[in-house]
Every structure is written in C-alpha cells, then in structure tokens.
Write a protein that binds this ligand. Structure first.
Ligand SMILES: Nc1nc2c(ncn2[C@@H]2O[C@H](COP(=O)(O)OP(=O)(O)OP(=O)(O)O)[C@@H](O)[C@H]2O)c(=O)[nH]1
Ligand SMILES: [Mg+2]
Length: 403
C-alpha cells in the first residue's frame, strides 16, 4: 500500500470467460498465464447463462447469469435473450469488477450469451474504471448467416465499450489444421492463440528489463475507446531468429486482407530476447517494427532479456487507431499507481529480467487484427449463402497459402 496517496501500487487484472467458448478457454488458461511481478496480479472468473457449462469448469469464481429468472439454461443462440438476461444482473455483475484495473474479456461470438451479454459485461467492467481488452472468436462461416450476423453486430457493440477488441475468426483455423483434425482439436488451436496472446501481454506488463513497459503505458496507448485494434505476436528461434520473428509478423494471413489498416496511430511494442541479443539489434528490431506498424509518433517500446535463452526473439505489438475521431477518455485510478515508461533504450543488467528457466515456447507466429472496412464500416457485411464475402476466399475455404 502506498501510504502517501492511499492507493495500492498493485495492478489487478481479471481474465473473464463469457459463454461456452469463453468458459472453456479461461478454464484451460488459468494455470498458463504467468505474471512475473507481485505488483501485477491475475485472477480468473467465468460467466455463463448455462449452469451445466459452469459446472464443467474448474475456475473458482463462477457467475451464473439469470439465476432467478432463467433457471440455468443457455441463451439458446439468441443474442437478444443473452443481453436481456445480463441486463437483469447488472448490479451483481458490477461487484465482479470492483477494484480491477484491467479486464481481459474472452468470448466466442455467434451464440446467445457471448454475443448478447458481451457488451453489457464490457460496459459494466469499463464503468468500474477498468481498462477492457476483449478477445472475440468469430464463428466458422459454415455455422450459418444468423450466427455470423449476430457475431458481427456483437463486435460492433463491444467496440463501443472496450479499449481494444481483438477478433479471431475460427475460419482462419482451417488454414492451419490438418484435414483430419477434429472440431475440438481446431477449437484447441484458437483457444491456444488467445491464451498465448493474453500471456504475452501479461509478460510484457509484468517483466522488468532493458526498457520497461507497464500498465500506465498501456493505458496511455489506449486513450480512446471505440478505435480499431492492431494486435500481433511472433517468435523467432535459431540462427535467423530475428528475421524469423519479423517475418512472422509480416506474413500473418490477416495482414493480407485487402481492407486492413496496416498501421496504428498509437502503438506499444515489446520484445523479449535471449542473452545474446545486442543493444544494436534491439534498436534495429524496434525501429523496423515501429516503422512497419505505426503511422504516427506515438510509440512506446519495451525490451527484456531472458538470460536463459539464446538465439530467441518474441515480439508483441498492440496498437489502436482512432477511426471515429473520439476524444481521449479520462481514467480515474482504481487502486493502482502506475509509473511512466522509458522510451529510449538504456543499458541495463540482463539479470533484471525474471523469466522461468523451463518455459515452454513452441514455434508459432500469428497476428490477430481487426479488419478496417473504411467507408463501409457502418454497412452490413456481404453475406451470401452464409459466407462473408468480405473475407478473402482463401480464408473462408481454408486454402493454405505459402508466402
Ligand atoms: N475456439 C473456440 N470456439 C468455440 C468454442 N466453443 C464454441 N466456439 C465458437 O464460439 C461460438 C459461440 O459459441 P458458444 O460460446 O458456445 O455460445 P454461447 O455464448 O455460450 O451462447 P449460448 O449457448 O447460445 O447461450 C460458436 O459459434 C463457435 O464458433 C471453443 O471451445 N473454442
Ligand atoms: Mg452456451
């Protein structure tokens, strides 16, 4: 507790799983997300209308929506119903977000609970002064037009209340999985992406190193709500680890979308490298990433050395573009006192970095990014036979492309 101002200097982050998909993912990730600082605490909750789904998960903090009026049944794929049920529980929901500084809201969209209750939950979390970052899984095109439209409407509503909305179309998985993969194997892949994404952000905010990024920097990067989010992570290993990680970002399939925003107005970049990473390399990597993904001068960078690794690089970028020309939001502090970040590299002791020695890090690279539909932002998507024609056919059809 900081006795001078009566505020704690801890940042409290809550990971909330909403609806069936959200509950599954948070259940899987609760032991995987690691904070490296006792000043950055992570806790988990799950919320659903469906009591059977809640019974299946091992997360301690469970919230049954509509306990008094809905008898523990799901919202039955009806987003309006999901929203109504959540509206009735506003008071109880707001208790869930008391004293939280950062909320990661995870939901699959297209069904009734995630799509309908999502914006209500996000609004309540944001009203409690927390910064809200939503990870939203979009249904497969083959799940049909109704689910797809519901998901699309839900993304727009989420944007109104969240600081960042990061979408992950399930269709994209068709590119990555084997033809014989089961549905649950495919789901596991997207669940894992979200898990890695949240983990990467938590690591970014809780590690100390050459150049620190903290929660205050994240807040100042996202000073407008309703913007478009750019989010990506990538890794490089072995001899060409720097090139591999940088290519991992540029070759991401979502960046190939013709209507994508390529650069963010306000960008946060963090890199984690092995003990052999030099200050010149740090400088070159940060320069290359910021030049590629930032459109303006508002860039915050961080760099951490993991003394247990060699020939290794992890990059995490998160940024926003204020497409609606919104005014900056004023945030009152909840319980946290956050420090300003450094923006120029300085030589620090590599041993400052605190990473586990046996951290499991497999080869992967992806970039999740919302599509920017420019002038067509307010129009409905072009759906034909349940397929979204705004999404390139190679993604819709699961055609693998090598770049
Ligand atoms: N990645 C992933 N996607 C899932 C999973 N379960 C469902 N989905 C996707 O998420 C969408 C929403 O499904 P659910 O989360 O089950 O729906 P819900 O929010 O519980 O809604 P109701 O059951 O209608 O109340 C589906 O259309 C699927 O595309 C999962 O475990 N992982
Ligand atoms: Mg459900």
């Amino acid at each position: 507790m900081n006795m001078a101002d009566g505020m704690s200097d801890q940042v409290k982050a809550k990971v909330v799983g909403l609806g069936g998909a959200g509950c599954n993912i948070v259940n899987e990730m609760q032991n995987e997300v690691i904070s490296f600082s006792d000043k950055f605490l992570v806790n988990y909750s799950v919320i659903n209308t469906d009591i059977a789904s809640l019974d299946r998960v091992g997360v301690e903090s469970k919230f049954l929506l509509g306990q008094s009026c809905h008898r523990g049944l799901s919202a039955g794929g009806d987003a309006e119903r999901g929203k109504r049920i959540a509206e009735n529980d506003r008071d109880k929901l707001s208790q869930l977000f008391e004293e939280q500084d950062l909320v990661f809201l995870v939901a699959g969209l297209g069904g009734g609970t995630g799509s309908g209750a999502g914006s209500v939950v996000a609004e309540i979390a944001a009203a409690s002064n927390a910064m809200v970052i939503a990870f939203a899984i979009l249904p497969f095109s083959i799940e049909g037009e109704v689910r797809y439209k519901q998901a699309d409407a839900a993304v727009r509503e989420l944007r109104n209340h969240c600081d960042a909305v990061i979408t992950l179309p399930n269709d994209l998985l068709l590119q990555q999985i084997d033809k014989n993969a089961t549905v649950s194997e495919a789901f596991r892949l997207s669940n894992e992406w979200i898990m890695r994404a949240i983990n990467s952000l938590v690591r970014t905010l809780s590690l100390t190193g050459l150049i620190n990024l903290d929660f205050g920097t994240l807040q100042s990067t996202f000073c407008y709500r309703g913007g478009k989010t750019l989010f990506g992570i990538a890794e490089g290993h072995g001899e060409d680890y720097v090139k591999e990680a940088l290519r991992g970002l540029t070759l991401c399939p979502l960046l190939q979308l013709p209507d994508s925003t390529k650069k963010a107005d306000s960008l946060l970049v963090n890199i984690i490298g092995g003990k052999d990473l030099t200050l010149f390399q740090v400088n070159d990597i940060l320069k290359s990433v910021t030049e590629t993904y930032s459109s303006k001068a508002n860039v915050n960078v961080g760099a951490v050395i993991d003394p247990e690794k060699e020939q290794y690089l992890e990059i995490c970028i998160i940024g926003t573009t204020n497409v609606l020309g919104k005014k900056p939001i004023s945030r009152q502090k909840n319980t946290s006192t956050t420090s300003a970040s450094h923006t120029t590299p300085h030589a620090g002791s590599p041993s400052q970095a605190q990473l586990p020695t046996n951290e499991e890090q497999s080869n992967f690279s992806f970039l999740l990014k919302e599509d920017d539909r420019g002038l067509f932002e307010k129009t409905e998507r072009n759906l034909f036979n349940g397929e979204d024609l705004d999404i390139p056919s190679y993604i819709r059809r699961g055609i693998k492309i090598s770049f």
